[in-house]
Design a protein around this ligand. Sequence first.
Ligand SMILES: [Fe+2]
Ligand SMILES: [Fe+2]
Length: 283
Amino acid sequence: MRVRLPKIDYANVRPHWAPNWEFAHSVNASSTIPAFVEPYLIKVMKLAKEVLPPAEEELHRDIDIFIAQEAQHFRQHNGFNRRIRESYPDIAPHETKLGEDYEVLLRERSLKFNLAYCEGFESLGPPAAMMWFEKYDDFLVGADPEAIALWKWHMGEEFEHRTVCYRLFHALYARSLWGRFWNGWLYRVYGFIYAVRHLGTYSKMVRKVLVDTDRRSMDEAALAQSRTNAQTFAEHLKRHTLPQLVKVLSPFYDPGTKPEPRGLSEYLRRFEKGGDMGIPSVG
Ligand SMILES: [Fe+2]
Ligand SMILES: [Fe+2]
């Protein structure tokens, strides 16, 4: 695990950065999430570090790298998201509401709940990394390289740090046999379902704003194409991610056992020293 600083210029990124606009908008909606969830993740991890015994040295170190990686992720997405918001200002109220939701969770819910939510969010990382490295190729033909680089770098690091939140949650709440059953399985699954429903509802609303804005100026033929595009992507996503998400519900779920998506390590090396997409002083 290491922190990498991508060298990506978002100045010319287009909201329609992939030929299937509905795919692009689905990803654009997802891109607005890290800007809010990742600062929240960092706050939760910092709070958890305060109660994690100092003897857990390796975990403390990994959490520090996790925090440093997430801090870069949301900064990069902010650069990308500015381009989206310029063309689609109607997404702003939804984004504001998402930010407020996290303030409420931090203020009103326990550390255990917040950490379970964070782990729920983190368990979306490996399936998303698998999609970006192995299943999106057809959608990425002719797409803008800046958007691809942002997502592959981000999902690569999500895969890389996939065990940190899981290990932290277990270290704090699932040490005993009862803890492993109640917190390590049931409460973790509760956090996962909560996060998936919360973020699923949010991204659906944002995607609708993006797609509906486009559709307002479409003729009948373009509208029909737009519906086909949306359906093609929705079916592809469901077919490949649903089986992965179901695995998170298992009492034996362990992100550490996930196989690495094809080409992930090699891709991340491009953002390290000597690579063509990283800032050389880092990595
Ligand atoms: Fe991230
Ligand atoms: Fe993460």
